[in-house]
Design a protein. Structure first.
Length: 94
């Protein structure tokens, strides 16, 4: 059963320093807040399908899938010990 209060939009994603994001859809013409735990692997500038619902503070969404990557290559630093498998991108919004 589909929730009538939710709708999917294709958005261009902007990422904040804290890791949260905002999606801007041509259809809504407004910012859609995306908490960092609902970013779904999207990077700054990517286009993605976002499931949106109205909340008290405005529109909030969750990334369902990435439709187009803004970048295909990333530069950054891998830790020498390689224990945690972390990657630190040169561009913090990457």
């Amino acid at each position: 059963m589909k929730d009538e209060n939710k709708k999917e939009y294709e958005c261009t994603i902007s990422v904040t320093k804290k890791g949260d994001g905002y999606g801007v859809s041509v259809e809504t013409k407004s910012d859609i807040f995306i908490p960092k735990e609902k970013m779904g692997g999207v990077f700054h500038g990517d286009r993605a399908i976002v499931l949106v619902e109205k909340k008290e503070r405005g529109l909030e969404g969750q990334v369902i899938r990435v439709t187009q990557r803004a970048k295909n290559y990333f530069s950054g630093v891998l830790p020498k010990d390689g224990i945690d498998g972390g990657f630190t991108p040169s561009n913090k919004k990457a």
